[in-house]
Design a protein around this ligand. Structure first.
Ligand code: HEC
Ligand code: HEC
Length: 433
């Protein structure tokens, strides 16, 4: 239950979204696209709140959001950096030298200044925390819009479950739950008890060992009342694209407008990248070559994600009577248990394309460094390199010219949010550290 309490703050902080379009912007101007094309583009409007997460019962709690923000930037609970990867701070983007501790935070790999993704680690494919992750760190901005799935393979079915893994992950923070709970009591007791009640972090914690996991100690397992929910913060000025569909026909360049037409038309991107976040929140195999230093070899993607999520040993699911606040919405677990693993091999979650120009490298294994490389792969109808499973039939050669690929890239660039805004809950702006 400790984990639930911890997770709540993270999820609240992660649950930020782009600025709502000003209400009532009348579209009186005729843009350079047809009315039908404009209608199709307006289906991508971000002025829609993320779906509610009933498995997380503390919705709209500003104090929890503030705690979550502090935790997001906190490094104090993280464990030892590992050899041989961490030689010295800055080498390979390392956060310090092994075995220093207290160096890693969520921000280390999801930096709001770089679109909520990681551009620090070298080689620029996967991420270096305490060790190397096996996959590329996706953006956390707008993560709350996913109705269920977190991670490239969807092995978490909520944000609160997702946020439990990095602190204990060897490659990420290399910490453990007792270390986290001591850290909370020593540095964030007031904030924590402001959310979860006085006595939520009792002084008896001081007597517990400095490190350990649940099960090691019954007193610890029953320590903290749980509950978490989420708050929506509209944190950014709208992107050129959002201004364009709201009626400002000058907001996107002519090249980006041509790219928009391709995106919803001939290039077929909306087969999978659709809706306000430019994703169907589903899983597809687009034939990404499985290659790169530190990249997990033979990454089965969704096949592994489903096996992990449905394993009986795994606790942090929406159907958990201990951790979830709503166990009634988990019918999809039955469907997943019946799925054939071979059909799921090499499928990865369709990523959002908002802010994508800032979140290089691309794909689950960070194999591409530029947006040009990505659209070029689609133009060829996928890779010729080695990948797991069977490629989606929607991925076929597009025969676009270089100029058209450039237009597609310009359109993707127009999906960048504007600067961060102050909000009621965060007068300094949500992303100010
Ligand atoms: C060492 C780098 C690293 C650190 C530190 C880290 N993450 Fe991540 N994060 C990743 C990687 C890599 C993935 C993708 C892993 C996968 O899909 O298997 C990821 C995935 C995620 C996702 C899923 C996004 C999506 O669209 O599926 C969220 C949300 C997230 N992290 C939040 C956090 C939070 C909150 C913290 C701090 C508690 C954190 N991360 C710490 C590297 C990191
Ligand atoms: C069949 C579904 C599908 C279609 C069609 C599709 N995509 Fe994707 N897209 C995905 C998936 C799935 C990924 C992640 C694949 C992976 O990492 O293995 C992805 C990844 C991307 C990325 C990388 C984003 C990141 O953060 O890493 C970009 C950019 C992108 N697609 C743009 C496009 C464009 C432009 C088109 C049209 C030319 C397109 N996609 C067509 C499903 C699709």
């Amino acid at each position: 239950m400790q984990d639930r309490a911890l997770s709540s703050g993270f999820s609240r902080f992660v649950r930020w979204s782009s600025l709502a379009l000003a209400a009532g912007v009348a579209c009186t101007q005729r843009g350079p696209l047809s009315d039908e094309e404009m209608d199709r583009l307006r289906a991508f409007s971000a002025a829609v709140a993320p779906p509610p997460d009933t498995s997380n019962a503390f919705a709209d709690n500003p104090a929890a959001a503030r705690l979550g923000k502090k935790l997001y930037y906190a490094t104090g609970y993280s464990g030892a950096l590992l050899a041989p990867y961490n030689v010295a701070e800055g080498v390979n983007g390392a956060l310090g030298a092994a075995p220093q501790s207290g160096r890693v935070s969520c921000k280390s790999c999801h930096d709001p200044a770089t679109g909520g993704a990681d551009r620090r680690s070298q080689p620029n494919a996967t991420s270096l925390g305490a060790g190397y992750t096996g996959r590329n760190a996706p953006t956390v901005i707008n993560a709350a819009y996913s109705p269920l799935w977190q991670f490239w393979d969807g092995r978490a079915d909520s944000l609160w479950a997702q946020a439990l893994s990095p602190p204990e992950g060897l490659a990420e923070c290399n910490s453990n739950r007792l270390r986290v709970v001591h850290f909370l009591r020593e540095t964030l007791k007031e904030d924590f008890e402001g959310v979860f009640g006085v006595g939520a972090l009792p002084d008896s914690i001081a007597a517990l060992p400095p490190d350990g996991t649940p099960g090691d100690n019954g007193a610890f397992d029953n320590l903290v009342p749980d509950d978490a929910k989420e708050i929506v913060n509209r944190a950014f000025e709208p992107s050129p694209f959002d201004r364009f569909i709201a009626g400002d026909s000058e907001a996107m360049s002519p090249a980006a407008i041509r790219g928009a037409r391709l995106f919803i038309g001939h290039a077929g991107c909306t087969e999978c990248h659709r809706g306000p976040m430019f994703t169907d929140f589903s899983f597809h195999n687009v034939g990404v070559p499985q290659t790169g230093e530190h990249v997990t070899p033979d990454d089965a993607g969704r096949a592994d994600g489903v096996a992990a999520l449905t394993s009986t040993a795994y606790l942090f699911r929406r159907d958990s009577t201990v951790y979830s606040d709503d166990t009634t919405q988990a019918a999809y677990l039955g469907d997943l248990r019946g799925a054939a693993p071979d059909d799921l091999r090499g499928l990865f979650k369709t990523p959002t394309l908002r802010n994508v120009a800032r979140t290089a490298p691309y794909m689950h294994d960070g194999v591409y460094q530029t947006l040009w490389d990505v659209v070029n792969q689609y133009n060829f109808g996928g890779t010729t390199g080695q990948y797991e499973g069977v490629r989606d039939p929607a991925i076929a050669p597009l025969m676009l010219t270089d100029a058209e690929l450039g237009d597609l890239v310009e359109f993707l660039r127009a999906l960048d949010d504007g600067p961060a805004l102050p909000t009621d809950d965060f007068p300094d702006g949500l992303i100010a550290e």
